[in-house]
Design a protein around this ligand. Structure first.
Ligand SMILES: [Zn+2]
Length: 168
């Protein structure tokens, strides 16, 4: 996926680009979920917003452990990856009302993985017509909603679902 420009990126994202090591591990180890845009923590996996969203509300589901080999995941981790992917879809549906989703892993650099050492499942909400203007502006796409604002919306939806009030 191409990296996309959005005004919020300028300062906030540069801070993340400068950090040492794996940003997923750093986010997992940190206590500051809002700063790192961590949406949900499970037993084996967690959900985090993508800093380079393909679309508004683009999140990633990844194991807590720094694992690069999908085939080496234990059953419990695999199961929770799927469960948290399902939970992400429910929360994004609730928060942003998309028309569809793209899901998937990029395994290995040849497949376009930006961070091949720590696997992550992309959950990308889609809206009818959201690709139509892409050719017009080339590879640049402006995400109209602020990343933090979307983070708060999805997090609120997750809490609602956990309480059993979600209609997702
Ligand atoms: Zn990692």
């Amino acid at each position: 996926m191409e990296r996309l420009y959005s005004p919020w990126r300028s300062q906030y994202i540069e801070e993340f680009d400068k950090q040492e090591g794996c940003f997923l591990c750093n986010a997992y180890k940190s206590q500051d979920d809002e700063k790192n845009l961590v949406l949900y923590r499970g037993k084996k996996c967690f959900i985090i917003m993508n800093l380079y969203p393909y679309n508004a509300g683009h999140v990633m589901v990844c194991p807590n452990n720094h694992v690069g080999d999908f085939t080496s995941l234990d059953e419990e981790t695999l199961c929770e990856l799927s469960k948290l992917t399902q939970l992400s879809i429910k929360a994004i549906k609730e928060a942003l009302k998309p028309d569809g989703f793209n899901l998937g892993f990029n395994l290995g650099r040849a497949a376009g993985a930006g961070l091949e050492e720590h696997i992550h499942n992309h959950v990308v909400p889609r809206w009818i017509g959201d690709t139509n203007f892409m050719p017009v502006i080339g590879e640049v796409k402006v995400i109209s909603q602020d990343l933090k604002e979307i983070y708060k919306k999805i997090k609120a939806a997750l809490k609602k679902i956990e309480k059993g009030e979600g209609d997702g």
